[in-house]
Design a binder for this molecule. Sequence first.
Ligand SMILES: [Zn+2]
Length: 139
Amino acid sequence: MSKKILSQKQKIAMKVCSKKHYKINKLYVLKQTKLRRIKVMKEWGNIVPKKTECAVCGKVIFFRHKKRYKTIHFDHRHGGNEPIKGPPSTWMSSNRPNERSLALFLKSDFGLLCGWCNYFIPTKDRLKWLDNLTNYIKG
Ligand SMILES: [Zn+2]
C-alpha cells in the first residue's frame, strides 16, 4: 500500500519540480526540447525515405522539407484506426526510433502524401467521399 502511495507522491513531486524548473528556465527548456526533437527526427530520417512521390498525385516530396507542400505528410490511411492516433510527425519527434516505436510505426502503415492531397482527402469515410465525388463528376 505504502509503495503505491509513495510512487504517487514521487510522481507529484516530480511534476511540481519539473513545472518549477520549466517556469524558471522556460527558454532553455524550450530550446532543449526543440533540439531534442530535431535530433530525433534526424534519426527517423535514416528510416523514412528522404525523397519520394506522393501516393496520389505523384508530386516529388521530401522528408522534413521547409515548404509545407513539398514535405512528406504521413497520412492515416485506415480511417484513423491506426495505433498512432495523433499527428504522426509529432509522435515521431517525441519517440526515438527503437524496436518498439518502429514496430508501432510500421503497424500504423501511414501513407506518404503531399500537403495538398493530405489536406483534401478526409481521414474518415473515404470511400463514401470518393463515391460522392464520382457521382458529382458524372453529374
Ligand atoms: Zn499529392
